[in-house]
Design a protein around this ligand. Sequence first.
Ligand SMILES: *[C@@H]1O[C@H](CO)[C@@H](O)[C@H](O)[C@H]1NC(C)=O
Ligand SMILES: *[C@@H]1O[C@H](CO)[C@@H](O)[C@H](O)[C@H]1NC(C)=O
Ligand SMILES: *[C@@H]1O[C@H](CO)[C@@H](O)[C@H](O)[C@H]1NC(C)=O
Ligand SMILES: *[C@@H]1O[C@H](CO)[C@@H](O)[C@H](O)[C@H]1NC(C)=O
Ligand SMILES: *[C@@H]1O[C@H](CO)[C@@H](O)[C@H](O)[C@H]1NC(C)=O
Ligand SMILES: *[C@@H]1O[C@H](CO)[C@@H](O)[C@H](O)[C@H]1NC(C)=O
Ligand SMILES: *[C@@H]1O[C@H](CO)[C@@H](O)[C@H](O)[C@H]1NC(C)=O
Ligand SMILES: *[C@@H]1O[C@H](CO)[C@@H](O)[C@H](O)[C@H]1NC(C)=O
Ligand SMILES: [Ca+2]
Ligand SMILES: [Ca+2]
Length: 386
Amino acid sequence: MKIRNIFITCIWLAIASADTLQNSDFELPPTDWNETSPAFFPLNGSSIPGWTYDGAVQYVTAGGELSLPRNGHAVLLQEDGKINQTFVANGEEMQYLLTFTLGRRRARNCTANASLVVSAPDSSAQFSLTLKYGKESWEVYGHHLGSWGGGESVNLVIESQDIDAEPESTCWPVVDDVMLSTVGSLKQGDDNLLPNGGFELGPAFPDFPNDGVLLDSEPSLVESALQQWTVTGTVKYIDAKNFFVPEGKAAVEIVSGVSAGVQTAKQLDQGSDYNLEFMLGDANDSCSGVLVVGVAAGSSAQNFTIQSNGTGSAKKYAMTFKGAGPSPTSISFQSYTTTQRDDGVFCGPVIDGVVLKASSGHKSYMQFSFLMTVLLATVLKLGNLM
Ligand SMILES: *[C@@H]1O[C@H](CO)[C@@H](O)[C@H](O)[C@H]1NC(C)=O
Ligand SMILES: *[C@@H]1O[C@H](CO)[C@@H](O)[C@H](O)[C@H]1NC(C)=O
Ligand SMILES: *[C@@H]1O[C@H](CO)[C@@H](O)[C@H](O)[C@H]1NC(C)=O
Ligand SMILES: *[C@@H]1O[C@H](CO)[C@@H](O)[C@H](O)[C@H]1NC(C)=O
Ligand SMILES: *[C@@H]1O[C@H](CO)[C@@H](O)[C@H](O)[C@H]1NC(C)=O
Ligand SMILES: *[C@@H]1O[C@H](CO)[C@@H](O)[C@H](O)[C@H]1NC(C)=O
Ligand SMILES: *[C@@H]1O[C@H](CO)[C@@H](O)[C@H](O)[C@H]1NC(C)=O
Ligand SMILES: *[C@@H]1O[C@H](CO)[C@@H](O)[C@H](O)[C@H]1NC(C)=O
Ligand SMILES: [Ca+2]
Ligand SMILES: [Ca+2]
């Protein structure tokens, strides 16, 4: 019965999160483009389905100097290059999360790299290609755009960063596969005080083979693409199609080394005992070595050491702590090691299945105080009757 409920919830979430932009993969070409057009085709007045552009923008084709997830086409944003598309946020207020691919023209002798800036009415964020966390020459990023609803129209703008360098010797960003997904309000389950302890709610995963969705630092719980978790450093949001995931469909791999990680906070009863359960392991991405994860909850902290051979395994761990109160108690997972694979790609420990519960001692105290309340109410009632 319980399993069926979870199944139904998942289906509902999947339907709720289906939201599309037009020509989000840029496979519908500009009106004046044809198969014989050059691989780097400057746009000059013609229109590209779904999008408006401004500044120096090229319609590009994967090949020698450019690699893209599924080959095909994308846009290169040069000096003041900008594309935008408006979508309508129908229905109740939802969080809008973005997933996109960032690439660049290869083998260019550039003296500066321009970043990409993604903005919407409530947010603006900058992304730079690092090529440190995967073997491809493109990266997939996740981002929290904002929350909207009630038919509001939202203009999503993607532009190259304005930099102080010669345009000719600058490597400009390439954008492809822009995907939107939505998440409604999170509800606390019966058996976990943390609403997204399993990391199942986050930006959409691409439907092509990928090295994970990178999430940059985000100090705000409500503005994080990884719902209800802040991010320090860079973490990779990984799915079960491309990686070993301990539980469910998604997990987090801490990739940027020492002090990177994820944190959450929860209002807990001061002085009460709580039990924190979680899974630590590796993503089956050849990340081998000793991985140390520091787990802190309230004023308790403990280090956990995993001997990883990089072939995909995870173990359950637990620790107990006392609720801090009156302000929310913080719970964090932090890497104490920086690890690189044999091919130089940075990698790290995988966290999943974080379950927070009141300790049984606390529960019996709750039951006791509930009994006392009932008893007191009965006594008062009796008192009233007399
Ligand atoms: C294809 O586009 C090029 C310009 O990029 C143009 O010169 C050529 O005539 C076009 N060919 C066809 C068959 O439309
Ligand atoms: C763009 O088109 C305009 C006319 O529509 C033309 O004057 C201009 O030279 C073109 N620029 C390039 C770079 O082709
Ligand atoms: C792009 O933004 C401009 C305003 O800056 C707007 O007029 C235009 O409709 C937008 N384009 C799309 C496709 O939404
Ligand atoms: C890169 O640029 C420098 C300076 O502009 C030049 O000397 C060098 O030959 C260039 N290398 C390649 C591979 O183009
Ligand atoms: C540009 O970015 C690439 C990929 O991250 C890097 O290898 C290169 O050193 C950067 N170039 C400059 C001038 O910063
Ligand atoms: C965990 O390990 C780090 C690095 O070795 C150390 O700085 C920290 O004090 C340790 N924390 C605990 C709780 O042992
Ligand atoms: C890697 O670890 C897993 C589980 O810890 C184990 O089953 C497997 O045999 C190990 N593989 C190698 C090559 O050591
Ligand atoms: C790890 O990946 C390999 C393929 O790369 C696959 O055969 C294997 O089953 C995976 N292991 C786990 C534990 O998922
Ligand atoms: Ca494409
Ligand atoms: Ca999970």
